[in-house]
Design a protein around this ligand. Structure first.
Ligand code: GLU
Length: 374
């Protein structure tokens, strides 16, 4: 029997839930459903300063609103939990101790000033700044002495020198990196908190993730993650790095382009099925010119080999057109139900419309439906 497909969405709860995050979640969900696999949602909250429980709630609520439900993970549980990184610190610690004991990671006592001087010297020579490896071979007694003194330290992983780190990305194709540009990087910070690149590998490996589908901006993190997989002796998953979403001006989509969060689109009155249909087409190209897809059709047809390498452009006119289509599919009662909260918010409907008001509002919605897109 072939291996079960297991994918994950691993948001950092550090702000509004961006449309790009929703697209990553959707692609993972569709791959899981298409392959009768499992979709895991994990919260990456090791950046304690920026992570908030409010943002985590927003993300979960938005995923549920979009109907992107998960089989395993935060809130729903499962055999590979906990699913919030700050609750997994003991797990990370166990592996860090193992790496230290095997000589695959080491304590580094360099001060920020020393590191900065090293970096400036490398830049002045036109070199890529990478850690020199100064602390890699400190005598055991020195390390013990420094630790006893309570000297501030980080933990670094040893990256092999003069190697090519290779990757066959399911979207980007063959990609390679020079290990000398990676260097011995930090896996545990001076406050004892492990870094994203380290936690993500342990989590993906221990949660038996088979395909990592995420935004292109993480491609540059992948060589580090591959170094960690190798050091830990875990098989790396397959990777698929999905291109950026651009605004109409072909610049990375940001607040300048208008609404960027799922909540904003919900509040404006877009329907979840329309948004899902639209997001699926941001990067995925079906093999026909069909543009309206039911969820079942998306699940049936979605495959990573039809995800484009070039960036997707966010075309609001297209979203409006798709939403208009989905609104047309609603019967009068459904239309009224989706419109009512917006009418109430705008002050056009009372909190609990009586029968007479409801009938009037229903008639208004039905009469207006041809004239509004959302
Ligand atoms: N927590 C990361 C982010 O929100 C995701 C990393 C990943 O998917 O590997 O960007």
């Amino acid at each position: 029997m072939s291996q079960e497909v297991r994918v994950r969405f691993a948001p950092s709860p550090t702000g509004p839930f961006h449309i790009g995050g929703a697209r990553s979640a959707l692609f993972n969900y569709l791959v899981a459903k298409h392959n009768h696999g499992k979709f895991v949602v994990r919260i990456e909250d090791t950046d304690r300063k920026r992570s908030t429980s409010e943002s985590e709630e927003n993300i979960k609520e938005a995923l549920k609103w979009l109907g992107i439900n998960w089989d395993e993970g935060i809130d729903v549980g499962g055999p590979n939990g906990p699913y919030r990184q700050t609750e997994r610190l003991d797990i990370y610690k166990k592996y860090t101790e193992k790496l230290l004991a095997e000589g695959k990671a080491y304590y580094c006592f360099c001060t920020p000033e020393e590191l900065e001087a090293e970096k400036q010297a490398q830049l002045a020579k036109g070199e890529t700044p990478v850690y020199s490896g100064k602390c890699a071979d400190l005598p055991k007694e020195t390390v013990e002495q420094y630790l006893k003194e309570g000297r501030p330290h980080v933990i670094r992983i040893k990256t092999p020198k003069n190697e090519t780190i290779e990757l066959d990305d399911l979207v980007r194709g063959h990609v390679s990196f020079d290990s000398n540009n990676v260097g011995d990087f930090v896996i545990v910070k001076s406050d004892g908190i492990p870094v994203y690149n380290y936690c993500v590998v342990l989590d993906d490996a221990l949660m038996h993730i088979t395909h990592v589908i995420r935004a292109e901006e993480h491609l540059s993190n992948t060589p580090r993650q591959l170094v960690i997989y190798k050091a830990l002796g875990f098989e790396a998953p397959k990777f698929a790095h999905v291109s950026l979403i651009l605004g109409a001006d072909k610049k990375k989509m940001s607040k300048r382009h208008g609404a960027t969060s799922v909540q904003q689109y919900r509040d404006m009155g877009y329907l979840p099925d329309a948004l899902v249909n639209f997001l699926a087409l941001l990067g995925w190209t079906p093999d026909s010119d069909q543009e309206i897809f039911s969820r079942d059709e998306l699940i049936e047809q979605f495959t990573l080999d039809r995800v484009a390498k070039n960036p997707a452009v966010f075309d609001i006119e297209k979203l409006n057109w798709i939403n208009f289509h989905y609104m047309k599919q609603l019967d009068e009662d459904q239309l009224y139900a989706v419109c009512l909260p917006h009418l109430q918010k705008a002050g056009y409907a009372s909190e609990n419309p009586d029968e007479k008001e409801a009938a009037w509002l229903k008639a208004v919605c039905a009469a207006m439906r041809e004239h509004v897109q959302y």
